[in-house]
Design a protein around this ligand. Structure first.
Ligand code: 13P
Ligand code: SF4
Length: 329
Protein backbone atom coordinates (compact mmCIF):
# COMPACT_ATOMS: atom_id res chain seq x y z
CA UNK A 1 0.00 0.00 0.00
CA UNK A 2 1.47 3.38 -0.92
CA UNK A 3 1.44 6.00 1.82
CA UNK A 4 0.35 9.48 0.78
CA UNK A 5 2.09 12.10 2.91
CA UNK A 6 0.24 15.39 3.05
CA UNK A 7 2.00 18.64 3.93
CA UNK A 8 0.36 21.81 5.23
CA UNK A 9 -0.76 24.48 2.76
CA UNK A 10 1.97 27.19 2.74
CA UNK A 11 1.07 30.62 4.12
CA UNK A 12 2.31 33.40 1.84
CA UNK A 13 2.49 37.08 2.81
CA UNK A 14 3.13 40.07 0.55
CA UNK A 15 5.11 43.13 1.73
CA UNK A 16 2.93 46.00 2.92
CA UNK A 17 3.04 49.45 1.40
CA UNK A 18 5.03 51.39 4.04
CA UNK A 19 3.07 54.59 3.37
CA UNK A 20 -0.28 52.84 3.95
CA UNK A 21 -0.29 52.78 7.78
CA UNK A 22 -3.62 51.45 9.10
CA UNK A 23 -5.42 53.87 11.48
CA UNK A 24 -4.76 53.12 15.15
CA UNK A 25 -7.51 51.37 17.11
CA UNK A 26 -9.02 52.95 20.26
CA UNK A 27 -6.94 50.64 22.45
CA UNK A 28 -3.73 51.51 20.61
CA UNK A 29 -4.53 55.24 21.04
CA UNK A 30 -5.09 54.64 24.76
CA UNK A 31 -1.69 52.91 25.01
CA UNK A 32 0.02 55.91 23.42
CA UNK A 33 -1.69 58.27 25.91
CA UNK A 34 -0.68 56.11 28.89
CA UNK A 35 2.83 55.81 27.55
CA UNK A 36 3.18 59.60 27.55
CA UNK A 37 1.61 59.93 31.01
CA UNK A 38 4.11 57.51 32.57
CA UNK A 39 7.13 58.50 30.47
CA UNK A 40 7.24 54.89 29.28
CA UNK A 41 9.02 53.26 26.38
CA UNK A 42 7.59 50.20 24.62
CA UNK A 43 10.15 47.67 23.42
CA UNK A 44 8.81 44.81 21.31
CA UNK A 45 10.43 41.66 20.00
CA UNK A 46 10.16 40.77 16.31
CA UNK A 47 7.82 37.87 17.21
CA UNK A 48 5.12 40.04 18.78
CA UNK A 49 1.75 40.45 17.06
CA UNK A 50 1.50 43.25 14.53
CA UNK A 51 -0.79 45.51 16.61
CA UNK A 52 1.80 45.51 19.43
CA UNK A 53 4.67 46.18 17.01
CA UNK A 54 2.69 49.18 15.69
CA UNK A 55 2.69 50.98 19.07
CA UNK A 56 6.27 50.09 19.99
CA UNK A 57 9.05 52.68 20.13
CA UNK A 58 11.48 50.00 19.04
CA UNK A 59 11.00 46.56 17.48
CA UNK A 60 13.97 44.25 17.13
CA UNK A 61 15.90 41.15 18.12
CA UNK A 62 17.26 40.30 21.55
CA UNK A 63 20.52 42.16 20.92
CA UNK A 64 18.89 45.38 19.68
CA UNK A 65 16.38 45.26 22.52
CA UNK A 66 19.18 44.87 25.07
CA UNK A 67 20.94 47.97 23.71
CA UNK A 68 17.68 49.95 23.70
CA UNK A 69 16.90 48.86 27.26
CA UNK A 70 20.40 49.91 28.39
CA UNK A 71 20.15 53.30 26.68
CA UNK A 72 16.63 54.44 27.52
CA UNK A 73 15.94 57.46 29.71
CA UNK A 74 12.27 56.52 30.16
CA UNK A 75 10.99 55.86 33.70
CA UNK A 76 8.99 52.79 32.72
CA UNK A 77 9.93 50.04 30.26
CA UNK A 78 7.08 47.98 28.83
CA UNK A 79 8.77 44.87 27.50
CA UNK A 80 6.68 43.08 24.90
CA UNK A 81 8.56 39.83 24.69
CA UNK A 82 9.23 36.99 27.11
CA UNK A 83 10.30 36.88 30.75
CA UNK A 84 14.07 36.54 30.29
CA UNK A 85 14.08 39.59 27.98
CA UNK A 86 12.24 41.74 30.53
CA UNK A 87 14.61 40.48 33.24
CA UNK A 88 17.56 41.61 31.10
CA UNK A 89 15.98 45.08 30.84
CA UNK A 90 15.61 45.14 34.65
CA UNK A 91 19.21 44.04 35.23
CA UNK A 92 20.52 46.95 33.16
CA UNK A 93 17.96 49.35 34.73
CA UNK A 94 17.47 48.25 38.35
CA UNK A 95 16.01 51.62 39.33
CA UNK A 96 13.34 51.63 36.60
CA UNK A 97 9.91 50.02 36.51
CA UNK A 98 9.97 47.15 34.02
CA UNK A 99 6.60 45.75 32.99
CA UNK A 100 5.92 42.48 31.19
CA UNK A 101 2.32 42.45 29.91
CA UNK A 102 1.98 38.71 30.69
CA UNK A 103 4.18 37.50 33.52
CA UNK A 104 3.70 33.85 32.50
CA UNK A 105 5.35 34.48 29.11
CA UNK A 106 8.34 32.19 29.65
CA UNK A 107 10.63 30.31 27.25
CA UNK A 108 11.22 26.56 26.88
CA UNK A 109 14.88 27.19 26.17
CA UNK A 110 15.32 29.18 29.36
CA UNK A 111 13.48 26.43 31.28
CA UNK A 112 15.88 23.81 29.93
CA UNK A 113 18.73 25.20 32.07
CA UNK A 114 17.71 25.64 35.73
CA UNK A 115 20.22 27.67 37.78
CA UNK A 116 20.66 24.89 40.40
CA UNK A 117 21.66 22.40 37.70
CA UNK A 118 24.13 24.81 36.15
CA UNK A 119 25.61 25.63 39.58
CA UNK A 120 26.05 21.91 40.29
CA UNK A 121 27.67 21.33 36.88
CA UNK A 122 30.07 24.22 37.40
CA UNK A 123 31.00 22.93 40.86
CA UNK A 124 31.76 19.48 39.42
CA UNK A 125 33.70 20.96 36.46
CA UNK A 126 35.66 23.95 37.73
CA UNK A 127 37.50 26.35 35.43
CA UNK A 128 34.98 26.45 32.57
CA UNK A 129 34.31 29.76 30.81
CA UNK A 130 30.52 29.90 30.69
CA UNK A 131 28.81 31.56 27.72
CA UNK A 132 25.06 31.91 28.11
CA UNK A 133 22.69 32.58 25.26
CA UNK A 134 20.50 35.44 26.46
CA UNK A 135 17.50 33.03 26.49
CA UNK A 136 18.10 32.07 30.13
CA UNK A 137 16.95 33.25 33.55
CA UNK A 138 18.59 36.06 35.51
CA UNK A 139 19.78 33.44 38.02
CA UNK A 140 21.58 31.57 35.21
CA UNK A 141 23.06 34.82 33.87
CA UNK A 142 24.44 35.45 37.36
CA UNK A 143 26.45 32.20 37.05
CA UNK A 144 27.98 33.03 33.66
CA UNK A 145 31.03 34.84 32.33
CA UNK A 146 29.48 36.39 29.24
CA UNK A 147 26.08 36.53 27.53
CA UNK A 148 25.48 36.28 23.79
CA UNK A 149 22.52 36.51 21.44
CA UNK A 150 22.01 34.84 18.09
CA UNK A 151 23.12 38.18 16.58
CA UNK A 152 26.57 38.27 18.18
CA UNK A 153 27.32 34.69 19.34
CA UNK A 154 30.23 34.19 16.94
CA UNK A 155 31.88 37.46 17.88
CA UNK A 156 31.51 36.72 21.59
CA UNK A 157 32.97 33.21 21.34
CA UNK A 158 35.88 34.48 19.19
CA UNK A 159 36.73 36.96 21.97
CA UNK A 160 37.24 34.28 24.61
CA UNK A 161 40.91 33.47 25.33
CA UNK A 162 41.95 30.32 23.41
CA UNK A 163 43.26 28.62 26.55
CA UNK A 164 39.86 28.63 28.27
CA UNK A 165 37.48 25.69 27.89
CA UNK A 166 33.97 26.93 27.07
CA UNK A 167 30.63 25.71 28.34
CA UNK A 168 27.80 27.03 26.13
CA UNK A 169 24.29 27.12 27.67
CA UNK A 170 21.37 26.54 27.17
CA UNK A 171 20.77 26.04 23.41
CA UNK A 172 22.44 23.01 21.85
CA UNK A 173 21.47 24.11 18.34
CA UNK A 174 22.90 27.61 18.55
CA UNK A 175 25.91 26.14 20.39
CA UNK A 176 26.58 23.58 17.65
CA UNK A 177 26.18 26.24 14.97
CA UNK A 178 28.65 28.59 16.69
CA UNK A 179 31.13 25.76 17.28
CA UNK A 180 30.97 24.87 13.58
CA UNK A 181 31.33 28.48 12.41
CA UNK A 182 34.18 29.38 14.73
CA UNK A 183 35.94 25.99 14.85
CA UNK A 184 36.00 26.37 18.65
CA UNK A 185 35.47 23.22 20.69
CA UNK A 186 32.87 23.72 23.41
CA UNK A 187 30.88 21.74 25.93
CA UNK A 188 27.22 22.30 25.03
CA UNK A 189 24.19 22.19 27.32
CA UNK A 190 21.40 19.97 25.92
CA UNK A 191 18.60 22.58 25.83
CA UNK A 192 16.41 23.59 22.91
CA UNK A 193 13.56 25.83 21.77
CA UNK A 194 10.38 23.76 21.51
CA UNK A 195 9.16 25.88 18.55
CA UNK A 196 12.29 25.93 16.37
CA UNK A 197 12.90 22.19 16.70
CA UNK A 198 9.45 21.60 15.14
CA UNK A 199 10.89 22.45 11.72
CA UNK A 200 11.83 19.27 9.86
CA UNK A 201 13.74 18.47 6.68
CA UNK A 202 10.56 17.00 5.22
CA UNK A 203 8.48 20.13 5.87
CA UNK A 204 11.15 22.48 4.51
CA UNK A 205 11.78 20.25 1.48
CA UNK A 206 8.08 20.32 0.64
CA UNK A 207 7.86 24.11 0.80
CA UNK A 208 11.07 24.47 -1.24
CA UNK A 209 9.45 22.35 -3.98
CA UNK A 210 6.45 24.70 -4.02
CA UNK A 211 8.68 27.82 -4.29
CA UNK A 212 11.72 26.77 -6.32
CA UNK A 213 14.62 29.18 -6.03
CA UNK A 214 13.24 30.96 -2.95
CA UNK A 215 16.10 31.38 -0.44
CA UNK A 216 15.59 29.63 2.89
CA UNK A 217 16.26 31.96 5.84
CA UNK A 218 16.61 30.07 9.13
CA UNK A 219 17.21 30.89 12.79
CA UNK A 220 20.17 29.11 14.45
CA UNK A 221 17.81 27.55 17.02
CA UNK A 222 16.69 25.13 14.26
CA UNK A 223 18.22 21.65 14.23
CA UNK A 224 21.38 21.10 12.18
CA UNK A 225 19.67 19.18 9.35
CA UNK A 226 17.32 22.15 8.81
CA UNK A 227 20.12 24.72 9.16
CA UNK A 228 22.03 22.79 6.48
CA UNK A 229 19.13 23.41 4.06
CA UNK A 230 19.21 27.17 4.62
CA UNK A 231 20.77 29.79 2.36
CA UNK A 232 21.42 31.87 5.45
CA UNK A 233 21.30 31.16 9.18
CA UNK A 234 20.99 34.32 11.26
CA UNK A 235 19.27 36.26 14.04
CA UNK A 236 15.82 37.68 13.42
CA UNK A 237 17.10 41.23 12.83
CA UNK A 238 19.72 40.12 10.31
CA UNK A 239 16.93 38.46 8.29
CA UNK A 240 15.68 41.92 7.35
CA UNK A 241 18.97 43.02 5.78
CA UNK A 242 19.37 39.69 3.99
CA UNK A 243 15.89 39.79 2.41
CA UNK A 244 16.36 43.45 1.43
CA UNK A 245 19.70 42.90 -0.26
CA UNK A 246 18.99 39.55 -1.93
CA UNK A 247 17.47 40.01 -5.43
CA UNK A 248 15.01 37.11 -4.97
CA UNK A 249 11.35 38.10 -4.72
CA UNK A 250 10.21 35.24 -2.45
CA UNK A 251 11.79 33.97 0.80
CA UNK A 252 11.03 30.99 3.04
CA UNK A 253 11.25 32.23 6.64
CA UNK A 254 12.16 29.46 9.06
CA UNK A 255 11.53 31.13 12.40
CA UNK A 256 8.57 32.14 14.54
CA UNK A 257 5.83 33.46 12.27
CA UNK A 258 5.59 36.90 13.94
CA UNK A 259 8.88 37.73 12.18
CA UNK A 260 6.93 38.05 8.96
CA UNK A 261 5.05 41.10 10.39
CA UNK A 262 8.38 42.87 10.58
CA UNK A 263 9.60 41.70 7.16
CA UNK A 264 6.38 42.81 5.45
CA UNK A 265 6.85 46.34 6.75
CA UNK A 266 10.62 46.64 6.37
CA UNK A 267 11.29 44.88 3.06
CA UNK A 268 9.22 46.30 0.19
CA UNK A 269 8.09 44.43 -2.91
CA UNK A 270 8.73 40.84 -1.75
CA UNK A 271 6.83 37.72 -0.67
CA UNK A 272 7.45 35.75 2.51
CA UNK A 273 6.46 32.14 2.95
CA UNK A 274 6.10 31.01 6.56
CA UNK A 275 8.33 28.03 7.28
CA UNK A 276 5.91 25.14 7.92
CA UNK A 277 6.20 22.35 10.45
CA UNK A 278 4.95 18.83 9.67
CA UNK A 279 1.50 19.75 10.96
CA UNK A 280 0.99 23.45 10.42
CA UNK A 281 1.70 26.20 7.87
CA UNK A 282 2.86 28.52 10.65
CA UNK A 283 4.80 28.26 13.91
CA UNK A 284 3.85 30.70 16.66
CA UNK A 285 5.75 30.64 19.97
CA UNK A 286 3.10 30.00 22.60
CA UNK A 287 4.97 32.22 25.08
CA UNK A 288 5.58 35.20 22.81
CA UNK A 289 1.92 35.16 21.82
CA UNK A 290 0.72 35.36 25.45
CA UNK A 291 1.14 39.14 25.21
CA UNK A 292 -1.91 40.82 23.70
CA UNK A 293 -2.71 44.45 22.94
CA UNK A 294 -5.23 44.44 25.84
CA UNK A 295 -2.53 43.24 28.26
CA UNK A 296 -0.17 45.98 27.03
CA UNK A 297 -2.88 48.56 27.81
CA UNK A 298 -3.65 46.98 31.20
CA UNK A 299 -0.03 46.87 32.33
CA UNK A 300 0.29 50.59 31.58
CA UNK A 301 -2.99 51.33 33.39
CA UNK A 302 -1.96 49.50 36.58
CA UNK A 303 1.84 49.60 36.26
CA UNK A 304 1.73 45.82 36.85
CA UNK A 305 2.98 43.10 36.43
CA UNK A 306 6.47 44.30 37.28
CA UNK A 307 9.74 42.40 37.05
CA UNK A 308 11.35 42.10 40.50
CA UNK A 309 14.78 40.56 41.07
CA UNK A 310 16.95 40.13 44.18
CA UNK A 311 19.70 42.82 44.26
CA UNK A 312 22.46 40.20 44.49
CA UNK A 313 21.19 38.51 41.29
CA UNK A 314 21.06 41.87 39.51
CA UNK A 315 24.60 42.65 40.63
CA UNK A 316 26.04 39.32 39.45
CA UNK A 317 24.03 39.12 36.21
CA UNK A 318 24.96 42.66 35.18
CA UNK A 319 28.62 41.89 34.56
CA UNK A 320 28.20 39.24 31.81
CA UNK A 321 25.54 41.38 30.10
CA UNK A 322 27.78 44.46 30.21
CA UNK A 323 30.65 42.35 28.83
CA UNK A 324 28.44 41.29 25.92
CA UNK A 325 27.35 44.86 25.18
CA UNK A 326 30.97 46.04 25.26
CA UNK A 327 32.31 43.17 23.13
CA UNK A 328 29.69 43.44 20.44
CA UNK A 329 29.76 47.16 19.82
P1 13P B 1 16.65 36.74 18.30
O1 13P B 1 17.78 37.04 19.21
O2 13P B 1 17.10 36.39 16.94
O3 13P B 1 15.67 37.83 18.34
O4 13P B 1 15.92 35.42 18.83
C1 13P B 1 15.27 35.37 20.05
C2 13P B 1 14.47 34.15 20.22
O5 13P B 1 13.85 33.93 21.23
C3 13P B 1 14.48 33.20 19.15
O6 13P B 1 13.59 32.19 19.43
FE1 SF4 C 1 11.91 30.76 23.76
FE2 SF4 C 1 11.64 29.45 21.49
FE3 SF4 C 1 9.77 31.13 22.22
FE4 SF4 C 1 12.19 32.06 21.41
S1 SF4 C 1 10.66 30.98 20.17
S2 SF4 C 1 11.02 32.74 23.20
S3 SF4 C 1 13.50 30.44 22.21
S4 SF4 C 1 10.33 29.24 23.29
Amino acid sequence: MSSVVSTPEPLVFQSLDASAQPPLSAIQEEILRLKKKHNAVILAHNYQVDEIQQVADYVGDSLGLSYKAAETDADVIVFCGVHFMAETAKIVNPQKTVLLPELAAGCSLSDSCPAEKLAAYKAANPGLYVVAYINCSAAVKALCDVICTSGNAMKIVENIPADREILFVPDQNLGQWVAKQTGRKMRIWPGSCYAHVLYTVRAIESVKERFPGAPVVAHPECVEAVRDMADIVCSTEKMIGYCRENPADTFIIVTETGMINRLRRKVPGKRFVAGPTDNCGCNDCRYMKMNTIEKVRDCLLHLQPQIELPPEVIEKAYLPIKRMLDWSR
